[in-house]
Design a protein around this ligand. Structure first.
Ligand SMILES: [Zn+2]
Length: 96
């Protein structure tokens, strides 16, 4: 059993969250205090992080395809690939 460092209540391990404060210090806190500290729900936070991860992989994939197109098809297709990568990046940014 852990304790929330903010409100002091007992916390099951699976609910415990690690929050970094503005000084960069890590604190074990409960989901409610997380919401108070950050202004967003932990689920929203986790969801945003997940979206960011997906964006990262999508962009990585596009970059890979771009390099491939550049080598296999020439600079024109490489340029299109870069354009596509930028579009994917902008588009997934908007969905957040
Ligand atoms: Zn708490």
């Amino acid at each position: 059993m852990l304790k929330c460092e903010d409100c002091g209540r007992d916390l099951p391990e699976k609910e415990a969250l690690v929050h970094k404060d503005s000084n960069g210090e890590k604190h074990i806190i409960c989901p409610e205090c997380f919401r108070k500290a950050t202004g967003i729900d932990y689920k929203t936070f986790a969801c945003r992080r997940e979206t960011a991860k997906q964006t990262f992989f999508a962009v990585l994939f596009c970059l890979g395809a771009t390099v491939y197109a550049f080598i296999e098809k020439g600079p024109l297709y490489g340029g299109l690939g870069i354009l596509l990568t930028i579009l994917v990046y902008l588009f997934s940014g908007k969905m957040r």
